[in-house]
Ligand binder design. Structure first.
Ligand SMILES: NC(=O)c1ccc[n+]([C@@H]2O[C@H](COP(=O)([O-])OP(=O)(O)OC[C@H]3O[C@@H](n4cnc5c(N)ncnc54)[C@H](OP(=O)(O)O)[C@@H]3O)[C@@H](O)[C@H]2O)c1
Length: 278
């Protein structure tokens, strides 16, 4: 059962539901008739979303949880099931990024990012997958990133966390498909959300700034990918051409990545610096 014919009546648990992609996806699922467990750290934002979900006629429960905390994830999974029954759709979306050179990235934050972006997804999947396997029914969405397929400089640790998610999700999908559980890996490009703070925006390459899209467009693509039973989604779709180029001409792609990221940012900074002093 790979295709998600309808979300009606489904219990969906969305991590990182208080903002951005998770928030938009939770609302879309609610509009399509799913009941929602909304997980993140900020209670107020989750409660406000829960009200919006209820306003469209779906049930919603808030789970305040730091996904970096293994015990808290296990407890949140138990609470979700006792609130709304077995989780049939798990969306591992909570995460954050930083534009930072590896040499400048503090080890504490490196460990934290690996815990949040990678282990958080593992903790919740570990807690909820066995019941899906037993029921022979379930969907797990991993929100990874294009940074988990093409490694860009100035986000080496973020890339490491997302490469790990892509690897995990791809292998897991093969392990569990015969048992009725479908895994979808989502690799977004640049999506306009609070993910980008002012510092990140100032370090974002021009190509990413130009290609930024709204979360609702990504959510639409995710819903279509689930309906079609796809295993991987890159959005905007054109970016996926880069994967083929990387496979066929890795040296060319390496030069392109450097040229369009750190080299382009350095050029822009020089131009803007010159503009300010002239
Ligand atoms: N925006 C993009 O361009 C882009 C591109 C590729 C991939 N992604 C991925 O998409 C996912 C969602 O990002 P977004 O763009 O929607 O960013 P966002 O608006 O900043 O949302 C991030 C969400 O993750 C939650 N979160 C962060 N740390 C958490 C933790 N320790 N425990 C529980 N929840 C946590 C946040 O909630 P609280 O602060 O309330 O905990 C928030 O709900 C991330 O995994 C990100 O890596 C984003």
């Amino acid at each position: 059962m790979a295709r998600l014919a309808s979300a009606r009546g489904l219990h969906a648990l969305v991590t990182g539901a208080s903002s951005g992609i998770g928030r938009a996806l939770a609302l879309r699922l609610a509009r399509e008739g799913a009941h929602l467990s909304l997980l993140a750290r900020r209670r107020e934002a989750l409660e406000a979303l829960a009200d919006e979900v209820r306003a469209v006629g779906a049930e919603a429960r808030v789970l305040v949880c730091d996904v970096a905390d293994r015990t808290a994830c296990a407890a949140a999974a138990v609470e979700a099931v006792s609130n709304l029954g077995p989780v049939e759709l798990l969306v591992n979306n909570a995460g954050y990024g930083r534009h930072r050179r590896f040499v400048d990235h503090e080890l504490d934050d490196i460990e934290r990012m690996l815990r949040v972006n990678t282990l958080g997804s593992i903790y919740l999947t570990k807690a909820l997958l066995p019941a899906m396997l037993e029921a022979r029914r379930g969907w797990i969405v991993f929100v990874a990133s294009v940074a988990g397929k093409i490694a860009s400089p100035d986000e080496s640790v973020y890339a490491a966390t997302k490469f790990a998610v892509v690897g995990l999700a791809s292998a897991l999908g093969l392990e569990v498909e015969e048992a009725g559980v479908h895994v979808l890996t989502v690799c977004p490009g640049a999506i306009r959300t609070p993910f980008f703070d002012e510092e990140s925006l100032s370090r974002l390459p021009p190509v990413a700034l130009r290609g930024m899209v709204e979360p609702e467009a990504l959510v639409d693509a995710i819903m279509k990918a689930l309906t079609a039973g796809k295993h991987e989604l890159t959005y905007p779709r054109g970016i996926a051409a880069g994967y083929a180029v990387q496979g066929l001409a890795p040296r060319f792609m390496r030069r392109q990545v450097k040229r369009t990221t750190i080299d382009a940012v350095a050029k822009r900074d020089r131009r803007e610096g010159a503009g300010r002093t002239s």
